[in-house]
Design a protein around this ligand. Sequence first.
Ligand SMILES: [Mn+2]
Length: 239
Amino acid sequence: MNSTVKRYPQNDKGRDFAVGDIHGCFSKLELTLETVAFSPSVDRLFSVGDLVDRGSESHLVLDWLDKPWFHAICGNHDYMAWCNALYEPCPVDHLQHGGEWLETLTEFDRKKVGERLAALPLAIEVATPLGSIGLVHADCPFDDWDNMYDAPLPDAVVNACLWSVDRYQHQYAGFIQHLRAIVHGHMTIPEMLILGNAYFIDTGGGDSAGRFTLLNLHTLDATTGPGRTYPVLSNRRYR
Ligand SMILES: [Mn+2]
């Protein structure tokens, strides 16, 4: 697991957007990018992880990771997928979480997918004119972002970053210091939710029942793409 924070310098030429869990719905993501007139020559798109599983276009993930304007962190599904792809032990059964697409790949492509997803960083930090913005898939188990630079991060911290639902479930609104905002996916909700300086932006774009939210990292304004408003589910823990 690549448990590092990857840093990106400020984008002075265009806009930066973050998007929630994609889950192999890349065509729908393209339609969503059209709604903000996304310009690949100057704009950048940052994914909060869960690029693959469940959706029908997971096999396109390598094409997307090759795009120079597209940057992603590792989500719990990307983690399950690379463990499965590289025949590494995994705490959960990937096949029961939408991983059957891997079985359709050639052994060559399966290895490439595994290596590429295994290289995704656990976190990203993007410089913006008003301060740095962090991206972590599920939760940042610290009150101070600087702790993410401790190396090596304990397994419990890595697991929380990938899987935790604590901040959301407790509606914990504490601020993470040394960061303008942090962006999470993982919890699929009808509308973007802000707790302290944490922005939960997964509005189910990676599901036929939802739509993508694009968060502009310079303005922190959110734009929703085509699709329906994801329903309120009382028993859904995480995806
Ligand atoms: Mn997730």
